[in-house]
Design a protein around this ligand. Structure first.
Ligand SMILES: *[C@@H]1O[C@H](CO)[C@@H](O)[C@H](O)[C@H]1NC(C)=O
Ligand SMILES: *[C@@H]1O[C@H](CO)[C@@H](O)[C@H](O)[C@H]1NC(C)=O
Ligand SMILES: *[C@@H]1O[C@H](CO)[C@@H](O)[C@H](O)[C@H]1NC(C)=O
Ligand SMILES: *[C@@H]1O[C@H](CO)[C@@H](O)[C@H](O)[C@H]1NC(C)=O
Ligand SMILES: *[C@@H]1O[C@H](CO)[C@@H](O)[C@H](O)[C@H]1NC(C)=O
Ligand SMILES: CC(=O)N[C@H]1CO[C@H](CO)[C@@H](O)[C@@H]1O
Length: 581
């Protein structure tokens, strides 16, 4: 994460503060583009001291990054503060060379081939000024037994570490961030008290290891803790009880069960805003979740029930992600969402809901209910969700008669409704009048009863593709943008198209002719898609389209064959098709 860029930043900051830059305007850019010139500024400065192919400055920066080094460079000046050796092929470092550089503050060794044997850990005892140590992307198998107590940040990500010692990260009062993700750490490889005497660690990243338990005695200043992609089964009692400053906790992709935690596990995390427990083995929402959580990831578990009291105490909750679980509506307590005034986004897709859960959060704006088993919508299912703006009910088992005519009556703010992939036979009545997007794709719709689409003055996009429509009503709503009726059984272009229409999708129908006046009412149309119909292309008069000034796409591919003129006869095609007409 941090290393590469921030190290360079340190470099740049150091150099750009030097006297070398005279130009006042656009200092940063000039510096960026001319950094190599600036890094070797003064011809009088002993270039002798700078190792071959490296770049050095008077301020003690030595940059030997990315120059294919196989061995530690000779003659690194003893007074070097910042040494970059990243992106080379170092396999080992001699202890004397490193120990000599006692002034080092930054040592960047990431992206090399260092093994634990090749890293002289005894040398670290001499680096009494070391703040930043970057060792990510090497081949280390055990961490150094000792690191200097001046350390601020240590990055060991993407190695093969199996072991860490008590003084690797312990007794370092200045230590702020530790990166250990993508290693092979198991519980046994960690010391008892890994951060003993390092109370100021704020960021600990241990994702993608082999931990079964959350480590004990985590530093109390933590605000970011990443433990995803481990083998966590259990969160030991009190593991999080001192972490009152923790804001982000990543626990996804583990084997956590409800038995592996209790109602006090998260309770003391009074600053927690982001909790990710997705892709675990939970069968219910853990109780005792703290009130400041804003975003709660619980998707991809095996959650079957939501009890009455688990959610209401999370007063700040805004996003609740519960998709891909095993929820049935009867498993959700009617008061489960009570009092959650900030909750605006709820994902319940891919569950086993057989109806709309009762007691939906009153302030919900986005409700994702697709891919469930919902077969009916009752009069009062949405009676209290006045703020709903986006409702997705696609791929359920809804039939037209089971959608109550007044079910949507309170949804004055609803902008987008998706009922695609259900078993609707007709367009149902009672759509909210302010809808902007209505999707009814992939149903069995064969009729659009009079009045079902009436009065929807804000509708921009109407999707009716892949149904069984033969006829369209003579009056469509005033669609401003898009009408999709592809994959039906239409035999002509719908009459009375609204003037503001921009895109018309009619591919895969049975349209045989396009009347000369078909697009008279749509001067703004940009795209007409008539692919795979039965139009004798020769019958299409150019004059039909001539007046459409905005037309960009006219797709009539796959029609020609139905006119089945003998195309082989040279250059008589047009004539013949004209004849057919
Ligand atoms: C923690 O460090 C203190 C010294 O500061 C030491 O006495 C104690 O034994 C250490 N505890 C563990 C568990 O290592
Ligand atoms: C946890 O449950 C125990 C026993 O049911 C109860 O005494 C305690 O108050 C609960 N703690 C929290 C934080 O809800
Ligand atoms: C977690 O769930 C998966 C699939 O549901 C199951 O195969 C596995 O045994 C469970 N693991 C534990 C530790 O319960
Ligand atoms: C409903 O959800 C499906 C799946 O994510 C998505 O493809 C579709 O566009 C959504 N409907 C609307 C109206 O946004
Ligand atoms: C077009 O006509 C040829 C022979 O006249 C026939 O073999 C072919 O199947 C016809 N194609 C279509 C799409 O009707
Ligand atoms: C952006 C900028 O100032 N670029 C300068 C970098 O240095 C060369 C020569 O050293 C100049 O020609 C560029 O204008």
């Amino acid at each position: 994460m941090l290393p590469g860029s921030s190290f360079l930043l340190v470099l740049w900051l150091l150099v750009s503060s030097s006297h070398v830059i005279h130009s006042q305007n656009d200092e940063d850019n000039e510096f960026l583009e001319n950094s190599s010139r600036l890094l070797n500024p003064d011809p009088n400065f002993p270039a002798l001291d700078c190792p071959k192919d490296c770049r050095c400055t008077q301020e003690g920066v030595v940059d030997c990054g990315g120059i294919d080094l196989k061995e530690f460079p000779m003659n690194v000046p003893e007074l070097t503060n910042h040494l970059s050796l990243q992106n080379n092929q170092l396999e080992e470092i001699s202890p004397e060379e490193l120990a000599r550089l006692y002034r080092l503050e930054t040592l960047n060794l990431q992206n090399n081939r260092l093994t634990s044997k090749g890293l002289p850990e005894e040398s670290f005892e001499h680096l009494e000024n070391l703040n930043y140590l970057y060792l990510a992307n090497n081949k280390l198998t055990v961490a150094p037994k000792f690191l200097p107590n001046t350390l601020i940040s240590a990055d060991f990500a993407a190695n093969y570490l199996t072991k860490i010692y008590g003084l690797t990260f312990g007794q370092k009062p200045n230590l702020r961030s530790v990166y250990l993700h993508n290693n092979k750490l198991s519980d046994a490889g960690l010391p008892d008290n890994m951060f003993n005497g390092s109370n100021n660690v704020e960021i600990l990243i241990m994702s993608s290891n082999f931990l079964k338990y959350v480590p004990k005695n985590l530093p109390p200043a933590l605000y970011k803790l990443h433990l995803k992609n481990n083998k966590l089964e259990k969160i030991p009692k009190g593991a999080f009880s001192e972490l009152s400053g923790l804001r982000e906790l990543y626990l996804q992709n583990n084997y956590l069960t409800n038995e592996g935690m209790d109602n006090e596990t998260f309770w003391k995390l009074s600053s927690l805003e982001y909790l990710d427990l997705s892709s675990n083995n939970l069968s219910q929402i853990p109780s005792g979740l703290p009130r400041k959580i804003v975003l709660l990831h619980l998707e991809k578990n095996a959650i079957k029930t939501i009890a009455r009291d688990v959610l209401p105490q999370i007063k700040n909750l805004e996003y609740l992600l519960l998709h891909n679980n095993k929820l049935k509506a009867r498993g959700i307590h009617p008061a489960a969402f009570q009092g959650l005034k900030k909750l605006h986004t709820v994902h319940l897709y891919n569950n086993m809901l057989e109806r709309i859960p009762s007691g939906l959060p009153r302030r919900v704006k986005t409700l994702m209910l697709l891919h469930n088993q919902i077969s009916e919508i009752n009069r009062n299912d949405f009676a209290n969700t006045y703020f709903l703006e986006e409702l997705n009910l696609s791929y359920n088992k809804l039939t037209s008669p089971q959608i109550h005519r007044e079910a949507f009556r309170k949804l004055r703010l609803l902008k987008s409704l998706d009922l695609s992939g259900n078993n609707l036979h007709t367009v149902p009545f009672g759509f909210p009048k302010n809808l902007q997007i209505l999707k009814l794709k992939e149903n069995e719709i064969s009729s659009i009863p009079k009045g079902t689409l009436a009065g929807m003055t804000k509708l921009r996009e109407l999707f009716l593709s892949h149904n069984k429509l033969k006829l369209t009503p003579c009056r469509l709503p005033l669609l401003s943008q898009l009408l999709d009726m592809a994959g039906n059984q239409l035999i002509y272009i719908p009459p009375g198209l609204p003037a503001s229409l921009e895109y018309l999708y009619l591919q895969n129908n049975k349209i045989t002719t396009v009347s000369e006046r078909a697009f008279e009412s749509t001067p703004n149309i940009k795209g007409i898609y008539l692919r795979f119909n039965k139009i004798a292309v020769g019958s299409l008069k150019e004059s039909i389209f001539r007046s459409l000034k905005h037309l960009q796409v006219l797709d009539i591919e796959g029609n020609l064959e139905f006119s089945n003129t003998s195309k082989n006869k040279d250059n008589s095609e047009e004539e013949e098709e004209e004849e057919e007409e």
